[in-house]
Design a protein around this ligand. Structure first.
Ligand SMILES: Nc1ncnc2c1ncn2[C@@H]1O[C@H](COP(=O)(O)OP(=O)(O)O)[C@@H](O)[C@H]1O
Ligand SMILES: [Mg+2]
Length: 610
């Protein structure tokens, strides 16, 4: 229930539509009801049951009042007038015309209420998607480990869709059908209290049965949505890793994996459908059974002449009653689909409610410029239990370059990730110009930094937009200038549409070196005082490595740089080199100092020079 209301709260600025909707819905129900109540006089005319004596009381035009009796009296008054002037055929016409008019009005209002509802529905879904998207982009990097990616994508697509299909669809049922049932039942009560009491007995029984069916649906629905998340994940991995899959003849392996998951998914869904599909037939069966019961009971009352009901009353009664069955069926169907929707909504809200572990303080210290240094003070860090960095201490002065080297898995990338606050240290502090990073606004902090990593992160967009990424008001001239510095201009102008060429998903239409030079151009354009380079050339062949290295050297000039290199030759000029092994700084100094002392650096150097 809480979840349901929370979903509806996404419609908030549209709250004023609710009364409008209710009004339309109510009018459409009332006009619909009028149709059926008119059947009685219709039958009376046809079966020649009109008793002139009983109509005498309607010879006077009734006083206006806002009540049902005024309208019935008014109807009867006109009915009598018409009967006197035009005879039976006339009254038949009279009744039919009113029926046609009220059917028209009833459907008109159904249409109008449907339109209002569609607006609400579209708004709820749009705002929900935006909310999840916005929330997800604010979450800390650590949240996006790979196993969650498929699940997240599935939440943002399938689950939102599920909410749209079930919950929002059910709005109609939730608001409208109960009103229909209540109104119709009031009329039924007016017609015959005895019969109606008899029918009402059956409702709790039907409700109980359907409630029992839908009870365990939610758990299955959650299993089903989770499975769908894993399916999306496998798809994502397969499509992304197609080359490797083919090269290793692993199609079968992936296909088996996919088969297992889809099999499970199918199983859960069949299981769910077994219950889901039961709700509607059961309520239909119960409904017809009740009608049969009424026929027997009510029919006997009519036949024995023991009740106030005439034959035409009775037929009308049954017809009106059958009209209640449909809304009742709708409600039972909605009850089961709402369970699925709620399960999806809860999965979505789980993401929305995850607090970001990295956030800006409420009163950030001002940060306009980088002036002196970045200092690591006894910094330790652990992703989970195991420490990945231990007591790291160093200071990067403005304008200098510090290089990190060491065996893979030593913790270099992790260390670099702490500077833009992708993660926070578990112990110790990182100071920027003497102030803890955590005191700055994240945006301010990150705007001081440019990052180039081993995998260039590009987006399915034009070259221009990939370079100008995240920056506003950038001119073509600026982009070209940056591309020139990054040694990228030449190959870009050779592309079919130059700077407006689309580079494909993740830059798939470019070579590794070209992608990397675009990333560098992006960093050049941003022109940040602090640079973080994490093995920016390690994925490249030696020819493009040269071009990229040259671009990097231009980028680094006059900046403060933290560079991670796999190739020692590229960092010989660094002001200080930190050799990191198993999360610790095991050696430090300049290239020439380190070459003189025996140790890891010497060893690495001798391996590479072979
Ligand atoms: N997101 C992560 N979650 C858990 N452990 C991680 C994560 N990223 C890296 N690690 C672990 O942290 C250690 C250091 O990794 P990393 O900083 O990438 O090393 P390097 O860049 O020096 O090769 C490794 O043991 C790695 O397995
Ligand atoms: Mg690394």
């Amino acid at each position: 229930m809480k979840t349901y209301l929370r979903i509806l709260s996404y419609a908030k600025p549209y709250g004023r539509f609710v009364p409008v909707y209710l009004l339309y819905a109510l009018l459409s129900i009332i006009f619909g009801l009028i149709n059926f109540t008119l059947l009685k006089p219709l039958f009376d005319v046809i079966f020649e049951q009109v008793d002139p004596a009983s109509l005498e009381q309607f010879a006077e035009k009734p006083e206006f009042s806002f009540s049902i009796s005024y309208f019935t009296n008014l109807f009867n008054y006109n009915f009598l007038q018409v009967a006197e002037i035009y005879g039976k055929m006339g009254t038949l016409f009279y009744v039919c015309i009113i029926i046609v008019v009220s059917v028209f009005l009833s459907n008109l209002f159904t249409y109008l209420s449907g339109v209002v509802l569609a607006k609400v529905r579209a708004t709820v879904i749009k705002r929900m998607r935006m909310d999840v998207f916005g929330k997800v982009s604010r979450l800390h990097i650590g949240y996006f480990s790979n196993e969650r990616k498929g699940d997240l994508m599935s939440k943002m697509t399938n689950d939102v869709q599920e909410v749209e299909n079930t919950i929002v669809q059910s709005l109609r049922v939730v608001f409208r059908e109960p009103a229909t049932i209540i109104l119709y039942f009031s009329v039924l009560f007016m017609m015959s209290v005895k019969l109606t009491l008899f029918t009402i007995l059956i409702i709790p029984i039907a409700g109980g049965i359907i409630g029992g069916i839908t009870k365990r649906l939610k758990k299955r629905a959650i299993q089903s949505q989770q499975s769908l998340g894993r399916i999306v994940n496998i798809l994502d991995e397969t499509l992304g890793g197609m080359r490797v899959i083919k090269a290793f003849n692993a199609e079968n392996f992936m296909s088996k994996k996919f088969d297992r998951e889809t099999d499970y998914y199918a199983g859960v869904n069949v299981n769910m459908a077994r219950k889901n599909e039961l709700a509607s037939p059961i309520s239909q069966f119960l409904g017809v059974t009740v009608v049969a019961g009424i026929l027997v009971y009510g029919g006997s009352l009519v036949l024995s002449g023991a009740s106030e009901l005439s034959a035409s009353d009775f037929i009308t009664y049954i017809i009106i009653f059958t009209q209640v069955l449909n809304p009742a069926k709708e409600i039972s169907r909605a009850a089961s689909s709402i369970q699925r929707g709620i399960a999806s909504a809860e999965r979505i809200f789980e993401v929305v409610d995850t607090p970001s572990q990295i956030s800006s303080p409420s009163q950030p210290a001002s940060l306009n410029d980088f002036k002196q240094s970045i200092q690591f003070k006894d910094v330790s860090f652990a992703y989970q239990e195991k420490k990945v960095l231990k007591n790291i201490r160093f200071s990067l002065e403005k304008g200098k370059t510090i290089a990190l080297v060491g065996p893979s898995g030593g913790g270099k990338s992790t260390l670099a990730d702490l500077v833009p606050r992708f993660y926070d240290p578990t112990e110790g502090q990182i100071l920027l110009d003497g102030t803890d990073l955590r005191n700055f606004d994240l945006k301010d902090l990150r705007s001081l930094m440019g990052i180039v990593t081993q995998e260039s992160i590009l987006f399915n967009d034009s070259v221009f937009n990939n370079i100008a990424f995240g920056l506003d008001n950038i001119t073509e001239k600026q982009v070209i200038e940056a591309a020139k510095i990054a040694n990228a201009h030449e190959f870009i102008v050779k592309m079919e549409n130059g700077y407006q060429t689309s580079i494909g998903e993740r830059g798939s239409k470019l070579s590794g070196g070209q992608r990397q030079r675009l990333s560098i151009a992006r960093a050049v354009l941003k022109n940040p005082p602090i640079l973080i380079l994490d093995e920016a050339t390690s994925a490249l062949d030696s020819e493009s490595e040269l071009l990229v290295q040259e671009a990097l050297t231009k980028l680094m000039s006059n900046r403060t740089t933290l560079v991670i290199a796999h190739r020692l030759s590229t960092i010989q000029h660094a002001d200080e080199i930190l050799v990191i092994e198993q999360g610790e700084i095991v050696q430090r100094g300049t290239h020439s100092e380190l070459m003189k002392s025996e140790g890891l650096y010497q060893k690495l150097s001798s391996i590479q020079s072979v």
